[in-house]
Ligand binder design. Sequence first.
Ligand code: NYM
Length: 189
Amino acid sequence: SGDRSDSRGALVVLEGLDRCGKTTQSNKLHKYLEGLGHSAELWRFPDRTTSVGQMISSYLSNQSQLDDRAIHLLFSANRWEKRTLMESKLKSGTTIIVDRYSYSGVAFSSAKGLDMDWCKAPEIGLLAPDLVLYLEIPPEKAAERGGYGGERYEHLEFQKKVSKSYQALHDASWKVINFSFVDMALKKL
Ligand code: NYM
């Protein structure tokens, strides 16, 4: 129709608990879109390559201690520092698939007991996703998959709290993909 939005790329966000299969699914979606001839990039947050990202990485691997609000703001800053690049890629027609975004920021920090509205505030003004795919898995199932990497947050009791936070954030626009469906689809491949 000649509408400018037709040539804009889409911002597709994958969310879920640790070990829900997001990374695998993001990779598949990326390959699939490229296979169709779309220009697509796979991003992830935290982006550990920046200096803010390195602070986050060191916190997650327990090499440093940070106040809960300070680390929350670093996760947010890590998204802000990529905003301009994200916007220009989308405008130039590249679709960006993101493994975790603002919802992770709010879900994980509020699971520590921080006020949810306080957690949301620094996310205001970041680019809104066109599609949110939530990979739903019971925390117990995710824990059974093993391979929790031993980073901060990667234990069952905390993941149960994160799951509750995600439920509070969840709105009708999210597409929820149940883990048993993904398992089934993978077996058919
Ligand atoms: N995480 C991730 C947060 O606590 N806040 C955020 O804003 C983001 C993007 O970091 N346990 C948490 C969720 C994960 C951890 O993510 C590292 P990953 O996808 O394992 O690299």
